[in-house]
Write a protein that binds this ligand. Structure first.
Ligand code: PGA
Ligand code: ZN
Length: 428
């Protein structure tokens, strides 16, 4: 059963209004499922290739018709007739068809759209929710959301060097309460910023983008918003940052951060100082993607009390993660399907991370669609954390709203990851 009858890709637009790819798969049973692919802006150098047309006469070169054609012609020809249940072999076949290390021939966007549509169609064929198909009967863990409520770096023109300021309502008992807390703090922050004369226009991921002075001022506002919304910072709600440090790493090997040239050591001292002043428990991409020595030092210095997440350094690639595990370069990894390009490889990376005792944080991209695959992935893999932007903008909220639905459907058996996911950092 589950024979693949047809594949059809098309060009659609993402949340920034740029083209991306959506693919529909049809099974013999008549089931049709579709999946679309997001797009990053602060991308890692080692990510799989997002194939764009570079034809300046359309979408300023950002069209994805080549990727669409690769699905409709090359991939379709090879995948039609196969059994959709064979996710692993279909993903492997597409990797082989592409034949490059970084999926530059067919495009990771083309390959991923097929990989995800096939998984969704198969879940439908079995009559299972996608998270259940991915995870089996034992997976019922709802993630702690990481809400990006202040945007900087390449996602906004706030002038802040740090790309994301995240609140994590880990002290709640249910995902539903965590989403409510996120929304309440978000709106409280808007009110406080407005009162102080700042703009409350938003960045790419729905967080505010006020022209604040620096990291310290941004964190002070967040702590104030948490308290004024009636929550206890550091107990009910923890704080994280994503520095996306590539964006301020200079080719002369220093960090051009908040008006000063800093070494990796000085950046680590900076993180130590903000973690002593604020309930910051998670730091993503605190250093640049090739600064392995710096990462090792960062993990050594702060890794026992802070979740040190690698995003651009690992790009969801099992081989890069392996190096990070061997070198003790962090204790956690960000998981983005489109950085690697197939569901199978993504699951492989998460399993490797789990095995090494790393936390995995499933993540959206700054350019998104309404697709909710990652909500199912995070529950199916039971990783316990999801980063999907602010509780604002429908492409971000659809992921969170889908988790409300999943929590409701799981009923009594649903568990919320909560503080347990941070236990190892909190007990230090
Ligand atoms: P991106 O940003 O999707 O623009 O890469 C998200 C992140 O850095 O985590
Ligand atoms: Zn990141």
């Amino acid at each position: 059963m589950g024979e693949i009858l047809a594949l059809k890709a098309r060009e659609i637009l993402d949340s920034r209004g740029y083209p991306t790819i959506e693919t529909e798969v049809m099974l013999e049973s008549g089931i049709i499922a579709k999946a679309s692919v997001p797009s990053g802006k602060s991308t890692g150098k080692h990510e799989s290739v997002e194939l764009r047309d570079n034809d300046k006469s359309r979408f300023n070169g950002k069209g994805v018709l080549k990727a669409v054609n690769n699905v409709n012609e090359i991939i379709a020809e090879n995948v039609i007739g196969l059994n959709s249940e064979d996710q692993g072999s279909i993903d492997r076949l597409m990797i082989d068809l592409d034949g490059t290390d970084n999926k530059e021939k067919l495009g990771a966007n083309a390959i991923l759209s097929v990989s995800l549509a096939i998984a969704r169609a198969t879940a439908d064929e079995y009559g299972l929710p996608l998270y259940r198909y991915i995870g089996g009967i034992s997976e019922n863990l709802l993630p702690v959301p990481q809400f990006n409520i202040l945007n900087g770096g390449e996602h906004a023109d706030s002038g802040l060097n740090i790309q994301e300021f995240l609140i994590m309502p880990a002290g709640m008992h249910k995902f539903t309460d965590a989403l409510r807390a996120g929304s309440e703090v978000y709106h409280k922050l808007a009110a406080i910023l407005k009162q102080d004369g700042f703009s409350i226009s938003i960045g790419d991921e729905g967080g505010f983008a006020p022209r604040l002075k620096d990291t310290e001022e941004a964190l002070s506002y967040i702590v104030k918003a948490i308290s004024e919304a009636g929550y206890v910072p550091g107990t009910d709600i923890l704080i994280g940052i994503d520095s996306a440090a590539n964006s301020f790493f200079n080719e002369k090997n220093y960090y051009d951060f908040e008006g000063k040239k800093r070494s990796a050591k000085e950046m680590i001292e900076f993180y130590e100082s903000i973690a002593s002043m604020f309930p910051v428990i998670s730091i993503e991409d605190g250093l640049a993607e090739e600064d392995w020595d710096g990462w090792i030092e960062l993990e050594k210095t702060l890794g026992s009390s802070i979740q040190i997440i690698g995003d651009d350094i690992y790009v969801t690639n099992p081989n890069r993660l392996k190096k990070g595990i061997e070198l003790s370069a962090s204790n956690s990894i960000l998981i983005k399907l489109n950085q690697i390009g197939t569901l199978t490889e993504t699951i492989d990376t998460v399993n490797k991370a789990k095995h090494a005792g790393f936390n995995s944080i499933v993540s959206h991209r700054s350019g998104e669609t309404a697709d909710t695959f990652i909500s199912h992935l995070v529950v199916g893999l039971g990783t316990g954390q999801l980063k999907s932007g602010a509780p604002c903008r429908v492409e971000r909220l659809e992921k969170y709203n889908e988790l409300l639905r999943i929590e409701e459907e799981l009923g009594e058996s649903a568990r919320y990851a909560g503080l347990s996911i941070f236990e190892k950092f909190l007990k230090e």
